[in-house]
Write a protein that binds this ligand. Structure first.
Ligand SMILES: [Ca+2]
Length: 467
C-alpha cells in the first residue's frame, strides 16, 4: 500500500470513528518559531549590507521562498524582556518586566503563555534551547504550557560545549540531565526529532537557539581566518552552525510533507551584540540600545499554503505580534481575559493593510532611563535626560537628530509614551518606572585601580550571565 493510500484509508477510518479529531489534525497549521539570540541585522547574508565574511545559505533560501519583513522589531533590546512579550502577546511592561534581570527571575504566574492557548485546539508544544523566563520550577516551560522541553532555564548564556555545571544544567522536561555535544547542534537534533515524532498532529515548536549569544565558542575546525578579528571569526563559525540548524529544520518539515502548512517565523530576540562583534548594518547601535541596531531584527515569515513567497513586507511589526498571529493561523479566538497588545501580522503580509500599530513602545524603566517610541516614520529615542528624534523613512541609520527642529513632535510623542507607561505595572524589581535624576547617592569617586577592577568585574559578569 502506498503512503497516500494508507493515509486515505486512515482518514476514512478515523473520519468514521472520530470526525472532529481528524478535521483538527488535517486543517490546523503547525507553528514553528525559530528565535535566534543576539544575531546581527547584517549577519544574515540575504541582507544586502551584509559583509563578505557572512554566509547563511539556508536562512537565505528560507528568506527567498518567504516574506522578508523589513520592519520587524523586538519589544526588548535584550533577551528576556523580548521573550516575556513574545510568550504572552502583551507588553512585558504590563506585568512589570522591563529588564533581563526582571524577566530572568520569572514572568508572573497569572500570565498565560502561547502554548496554553493552543492546547485546547489539539496542539502539542515543545520548547527548545534558552528559556530565560525564570529559574525555579514554577516558572519552568513545562509549567507554562509546554509538553516538552530541552534546554536551559535561567541565565542568558550557557556554555556551548561544557554542560557539566549541574547548578545550571540542561533539562529534559523537568529533569536535569548530563549532556554532551555542541549545544547548537544538539538543539537542532532535538527539533528534528520533535518534528518526526509529532508529524501526525498539529504542533507548536519554539526553537530558541542561544546561538549566537556569548560566550564565543564554536568547533575549532570551523573557525576560519575570514577577518582579522578573532571574536568575529568565531562568531562566523557559530552562525554557520545556526544556519545549518535552520536548514535541517526546514528539511525535516519538507521530508514529512509539513512545510507547506507550517507557519514558520524566523527572527532574532534583539539586535546584534557589540560584545560578540556582530554587524547590524545599516542600523545604528547594538543590543542594549533603543536605536534600530538594538531592536530592529531579521524577521522572516513562511507559510506556503497560505502566503505567497518571494515577497517583502514593509509594515512595522514586532515580536509581541507572534502570539496573535499564531492564534489567527490556528483559527482561534483572541483571548478576552488577558487582552493582547499584539495583533496578527497575516493581513499585513497578505497586503491587506499597511498599518498594524499606531505606536510601538520600548522601556527598560528608571535605572537605565532608556525608552523609545515609534509613531509612523518618527522615532524618538531617549536616555535619561537626552532625547533624540529621527525620521526613519529618510534616515533608517538614525544619523541626524531632528529634536531641535520639531519640539511639537517631541512633546506629542513624550505625552503618548507617558500615557502608555502610566498603564504599565511597576517594575517587579522595585526599581523606579521613570528615570529620576535625584535618585540615589552621588557616586563615590573611584581610583584608577578601582575603576579597572570594576570594568573587569562587569566584563566577566556579562560573559557568564548574559542578558
Ligand atoms: Ca538576546
Amino acid at each position: 500500500m502506498t503512503t497516500i493510500h494508507r493515509r486515505v484509508t486512515q482518514v476514512a477510518l478515523f473520519s468514521f470513528l472520530c470526525l472532529p479529531c481528524i478535521v483538527i489534525a488535517a486543517d490546523k497549521p503547525n507553528i514553528v518559531i525559530i528565535l535566534t539570540d543576539d544575531q546581527g541585522y547584517a549577519d544574515v547574508s540575504y541582507n544586502p549590507h551584509s559583509p563578505p565574511e557572512v554566509s547563511t545559505p539556508h536562512i537565505d533560501a528560507l528568506a527567498d521562498s518567504s516574506t522578508i519583513c523589513t520592519q520587524g522589531y523586538t519589544s526588548g533590546h535584550v533577551c528576556s524582556p523580548t521573550r516575556a512579550g513574545l510568550m504572552t502577546g502583551r507588553y512585558q511592561q504590563r506585568f512589570g518586566i522591563y529588564t533581563a534581570g526582571e524577566g530572568g527571575s520569572g514572568v508572573p504566574l497569572d500570565e498565560v503563555f502561547l502554548p496554553q492557548r493552543l492546547e485546547p485546539a489539539g496542539y502539542v508544544s515543545g520548547a527548545l534551547g534558552k528559556w530565560h523566563l525564570g529559574l525555579t520550577e514554577e516558572y519552568h516551560a513545562m509549567n507554562r504550557g509546554f509538553d516538552e522541553f530541552y534546554g536551559f532555564m535561567g541565565r542568558g548564556a550557557h556554555p556551548y560545549f561544557d554542560h557539566s555545571d549541574m547548578n545550571h544544567p540542561i533539562y529534559r522536561g523537568l529533569t536535569p540531565i548530563k549532556e554532551e555535544g555542541y549545544l547548537t547542534t544538539r538543539i537542532t537534533e532535538e527539533a528534528v526529532d520533535f518534528i518526526g515524532r509529532h508529524k501526525d498532529e498539529p504542533f507548536f515548536l519554539y526553537v530558541a537557539y542561544n546561538a549566537v549569544h556569548a560566550p564565543p565558542e564554536a568547533p575549532e575546525e570551523d573557525i576560519k581566518q575570514v577577518t582579522r578579528d578573532e571574536t568575529r571569526n568565531t562568531l562566523m563559525a557559530m552562525i554557520k552552525h545556526l544556519d545549518m540548524g535552520v536548514g535541517e529544520i526546514v528539511n525535516s518539515l519538507k521530508k514529512h510533507a509539513l512545510f507547506d502548512n507550517t507557519l514558520l517565523i524566523f527572527l532574532t530576540d534583539n539586535g546584534g551584540s557589540g560584545t560578540m562583534h556582530a554587524n547590524n548594518a545599516p542600523l545604528r547601535g547594538f543590543k542594549q540600545m533603543d536605536y534600530e541596531g538594538g531592536i530592529h531584527v531579521p524577521f522572516i515569515v513562511s507559510w506556503p499554503a497560505e502566503l505567497e513567497g518571494g515577497k517583502k513586507c514593509d509594515v512595522p511589526m514586532w515580536s509581541i505580534d507572534l502570539f496573535a498571529t499564531a492564534l489567527d493561523a490556528a483559527g482561534l479566538p483572541m483571548p478576552e481575559d488577558k487582552p493582547l497588545d499584539g495583533t496578527s501580522i497575516l493581513p499585513a503580509i497578505r497586503g491587506e493593510t499597511n498599518k498594524l500599530h499606531n505606536e510601538l513602545y520600548w522601556s527598560s524603566a528608571g535605572a537605565k532611563g532608556k525608552w523609545a517610541i515609534r509613531s509612523g516614520d518618527w522615532k524618538l529615542v531617549a536616555e535619561k535626560n537626552r532625547i533624540e528624534l529621527f525620521d526613519l523613512q529618510k534616515d533608517l541609520s538614525e544619523t541626524t537628530d531632528l529634536a531641535a527642529e520639531h519640539p511639537k513632535i517631541i512633546s506629542e510623542l513624550t505625552d503618548k509614551y507617558n500615557t502608555w507607561l502610566d498603564e504599565m505595572a511597576d517594575p517587579v524589581s522595585n526599581q523606579e518606572k521613570r528615570w529620576n535624576p535625584d535618585a540615589g547617592a552621588p557616586a563615590k569617586k573611584m581610583s584608577k585601580e578601582e575603576k579597572k577592577a570594576a570594568r573587569e568585574k562587569r566584563k566577566t559578569k556579562k560573559m557568564t550571565e548574559g542578558n
